[in-house]
Design a binder for this molecule. Structure first.
Ligand code: NAD
Ligand code: UDP
Ligand code: UDP
Length: 312
C-alpha cells in the first residue's frame, strides 16, 4: 500500500485527488491550513480507515513518513492569492523547500502542481512546455506566477543536486464541483451569478480566451503523471485544448442555467493574459492522456453542484 501525502488536499483539486487515491486503496495523508480549502470538501472521507486529515501550513517543516507526495498547497484564484501576496510566495517557495526536504529524507517521489501562469501573458500560442513565458516580475499576479516558477526551479535543482524523483505538471484552467463559490474565477462566478439571476460580469470586452478542463480529466492526468517512468520529470501541460472566449463561456452558462441574467462589462484586471491554450502533445505522447469531458457536459455537472450547495 502506498502512503501518499497530498498538500492542499482540502481544496478543490486536492479533495478530488484524495477521493481517487482512497478509492484505489492508497493510505492518504491530507495536509491543509484551510486558507481556501475546507473540511467540508473531505468530510465524506473522515471516517475512512486510510484517510487522515492534518491541519498544517506547508511554510513550516513537516516530518511524516510517506512514499509519494502531491504538492498542491497554494491558493489558486487571483482574488485569493492576492489577499496576502507575501504568504502566497512563501507557500510556493518555502512550501516547496519543505516538501522537497521531506521527499529527500524519506526518498519519496514528488509531484508539483504547477500552472499555466508560468507562461504569463504568452506571445506563443498554444503554449508548449519549451516556451519560457512572459511574466511580469513585479505585478499583482507575480506573487503567484513567480512563486510557482521558483518552485519549479527548486524541483529541478533538487532533482539535479539530490537525485529526487520529481514530476512537474503545468495545470491549465480547471473547473468542476467543489470550486469555491466566492473564489472569483470565471466559471464559478458566471454559474453563481446565473443561478442567482444576476448579470454575468465580463471583464474587458470578453474576447480574451481560456481553455477549460473538467476536474475528473485533470485528476486522471495527475495520477498518470505520478506513475510515469522515472526519467520523465516533465514539465508537462495538463489541460483541455478547446479554447473559448469569455463571451462564449458566458453564452454556454446562460444556455444551461436559463433565467433573466444578461451580460455586464467591468474593467479588465491588470496583467490579465489575453489568451491561453495548452499544447498537450507531450501529455498525449508520454502519458497517453487527453481530456474526455467537453465544456457543455462539464458545465452541467458544475451547475448541478452549485445548485445543490447554494440551494438555488
Ligand atoms: P484551492 O485554493 O481550492 O486549493 C489550494 C489548497 O491549498 C486549499 O485547500 C488551501 O487551503 C491550501 N493551502 C493554501 N496555502 C496553504 C499552506 N500554506 N499550507 C497548507 N495548505 C495551504 O485551489 P485548487 O484549484 O484546488 O488548486 C490546487 C493547486 O493546483 C494549486 O497549487 C494551484 O496553483 C494549482 N492549479 C490549479 C489550477 C486550477 O485551474 N484549478 C490551475 C493551475 C494550477
Ligand atoms: N524538512 C521537512 N521535513 C523533512 C525534512 C526536511 O520539512 O522530513 C524541511 C527542513 O526543515 C528544511 C527543508 O525541508 O528546512 C529542506 O530540507 P533539506 O534537507 O533539503 O535542506 P537543509 O535541511 O539541509 O537545509
Ligand atoms: N473573468 C471575467 N469575469 C469574471 C471573472 C473572470 O470575465 O467574473 C475573466 C478574467 O478577466 C480572465 C478570465 O475570465 O480573463 C479567466 O479568469 P480566472 O480568474 O478564472 O482565471 P485566470 O485569469 O487565472 O486564467
Amino acid at each position: 500500500m502506498n502512503r501518499v501525502l497530498v498538500t492542499g488536499g482540502a481544496g478543490f483539486l486536492g479533495s478530488h485527488l484524495c477521493d481517487r487515491l482512497v478509492e484505489r486503496g492508497d493510505d492518504v495523508l491530507c495536509v491543509d491550513n484551510f486558507f481556501t480549502g475546507s473540511k467540508r470538501n473531505v468530510a465524506h472521507l473522515l471516517n475512512h480507515p486510510y484517510f487522515e486529515l492534518m491541519r498544517h501550513d506547508v511554510t513550516f517543516p513537516l516530518y511524516v513518513e510517506v512514499d509519494r507526495i502531491f504538492n498542491l498547497a497554494c491558493p489558486a484564484s487571483p482574488i485569493h492569492y492576492q489577499l496576502d501576496p507575501v504568504q502566497t510566495t512563501k507557500t510556493s517557495v518555502h512550501g516547496a523547500i519543505n516538501v522537497l526536504g521531506l521527499a529527500k529524507r524519506v526518498k519519496a517521489r514528488i509531484l508539483q502542481a504547477s500552472t499555466s501562469e508560468v507562461y504569463g501573458d504568452p506571445e506563443v500560442h498554444p503554449q508548449p512546455e519549451e516556451y519560457w513565458g512572459r511574466v511580469n516580475p513585479i505585478g499583482i499576479r507575480s506573487c503567484y506566477d513567480e512563486g510557482k516558477r521558483c518552485a519549479e526551479t527548486l524541483f529541478f535543482d533538487y532533482h539535479r543536486q539530490h537525485h529526487l524523483q520529481i514530476k512537474v505538471v503545468r495545470i491549465f484552467n480547471t473547473y468542476g464541483p467543489r470550486m469555491h463559490p466566492a473564489d472569483g474565477r470565471v466559471v464559478s462566478n458566471f454559474i453563481c451569478q446565473a443561478l442567482a439571476g444576476k448579470d454575468l460580469t465580463i471583464y474587458g470586452d470578453g474576447s480574451q480566451s481560456r481553455s477549460f478542463c473538467y476536474v475528473d480529466d485533470l485528476i486522471d492526468g495527475m495520477l498518470q503523471m505520478m506513475d510515469t517512468r522515472v526519467e520523465f520529470t516533465g514539465p508537462v501541460n495538463l489541460g483541455n485544448s478547446s479554447e473559448f472566449t469569455m463571451l462564449e463561456l458566458a453564452e454556454q452558462v446562460l444556455s444551461i442555467v436559463g433565467g433573466p441574467s444578461k451580460l455586464c462589462f467591468k474593467p479588465l484586471p491588470q496583467d490579465d493574459p489575453r489568451q491561453r491554450q495548452p499544447d498537450i502533445a507531450l501529455a498525449e505522447k508520454e502519458l497517453g492522456w487527453s481530456p474526455k469531458v467537453g465544456l457543455t457536459d462539464g458545465l452541467r455537472e458544475t451547475v448541478a453542484y452549485f445548485r445543490r450547495v447554494l440551494d438555488l
